[in-house]
Design a protein around this ligand. Structure first.
Ligand code: ADP
Ligand code: MG
Length: 326
């Protein structure tokens, strides 16, 4: 027993000595290990912080990018003074050519945010309505936009009231570049010109409209060499840089390829979110795809008005126009 104990004690002693010895060595080792561990932890911590910082940097970059995108989106929505009160109200519009009544006491209201199609057979008076509203044809009655009477004003003054039009044939200056055409158009817009600071001679407004109309890559090309579709987009871009909030477009997709039609429709849809857009059009598929509302004209008078569905279900319209084989 005692032997056992002694033995054990001996063992313990020995062990203790061993342990003590070991402990001494281990302590040193452990200190070093601990230091190494601490250093490792600090390195890890530093790495984590670096990662965190770089993640934050990425976040800042992507946040900046998001803000830029948001700014672009807002720019689309931003109508620079556009309001729900920016609607066109036509009352008793009347146009005669030597006794021939081309537009007969027409009432027409097109609201802000509306994409209105004006359809009807040839000679129905569609172009004449646009001419009257934009000061190119004398008319009686009333046509107001933003509460301003348009009839009786000069075409240039009507442009300054935020009313822009395109013609059946594109009317860009072929010899000038896309950019120069836009700058020319921008020259019309006096009031808000100062709001846009110049960037390398190109205003933000023009840069933005180049982007909206998909013409950035063509900015320095002469407008004359653009394909037909792009000439029309340039015309639309010119109206936009003029700050037009009532856009009157006379057969904008005539002569365009199906793809160009689609892109034009999307552009006009985008424009109409914060503007009042009236499109004279013959292409029924185009109308079906993009119209918010439709006015059907016949012999200077309104035959029907409503949604695409209303118009397509209107028996008189089908008989006189849609059924007439366009
Ligand atoms: P739409 O654009 O719907 O095809 P218009 O508005 O061009 O029709 O023409 C309506 C009618 O007015 C047509 O009968 C046309 O011949 C006539 N018209 C248009 N402009 C003139 C003008 N300057 N002088 C005489 N008649 C015109
Ligand atoms: Mg016409």
């Amino acid at each position: 027993m005692s032997n056992d104990i002694n033995h054990k004690e001996a063992t313990v002693t020995t062990n203790t000595t061993d342990v003590a010895d070991t402990t001494v060595t281990t302590d040193t080792d452990m200190d070093a290990a601990q230091l190494r561990e601490e250093a490792r932890q600090m390195r890890d911590e530093a790495r984590r912080m670096r990662d965190e910082v770089s993640r934050m940097k990425d976040e800042i970059v992507s946040e900046r990018k998001r803000m830029e995108d948001l700014k672009d989106e807002l720019a689309v929505l931003d109508d620079r003074g556009g309001q729900w009160s920016d609607y066109l109200e036509v009352k008793g519009l009347h146009v005669e050519f030597d006794g021939f009544v081309a537009v007969k006491n027409l009432d027409l209201t097109v609201e802000h945010g509306d994409l209105r199609f004006l359809i009807g057979p040839n000679g129905a008076g569609k172009t004449t309505i646009i001419d009257a509203i934009t000061g190119l044809t004398p008319a009686t009655g009333s046509a107001t936009f933003r509460g301003e009477q348009l009839l009786g004003r000069k075409p240039n003054d009507i442009v300054k009231l935020g009313v822009g039009r395109t013609f059946q044939t594109a009317s860009v200056v072929e010899e000038l570049s896309v950019l120069e055409n836009l700058q020319l158009a921008e020259g019309f817009r006096k009031k808000t010109a100062d709001l846009f600071k110049k960037v390398k001679g190109v205003s933000q407004n023009i840069q933005y409209m180049l982007d909206v109309t998909g013409l950035t890559a063509d900015a320095y090309k002469p407008a004359g060499i653009l394909p037909h579709g792009k000439k029309q987009w340039l015309e639309i871009g010119m109206l936009l840089v003029q700050d037009a909030h009532l856009l009157l477009l006379d057969e904008p997709v005539a002569g365009m390829t199906p793809e160009e039609r689609q892109q034009t429709g999307e552009l006009l849809k985008r424009c109409s979110r914060n503007r009042t857009v009236i499109i004279v059009e013959h292409d029924m598929d185009f109308m079906r795809s993009f119209a918010d509302s439709v006015t059907v004209l016949n012999q200077g008078e309104i035959l029907a008005e409503g949604s695409v569905e209303d118009i397509q279900n209107n028996e008189e319209v089908v008989r006189i126009y849609l059924g007439g084989g366009e």
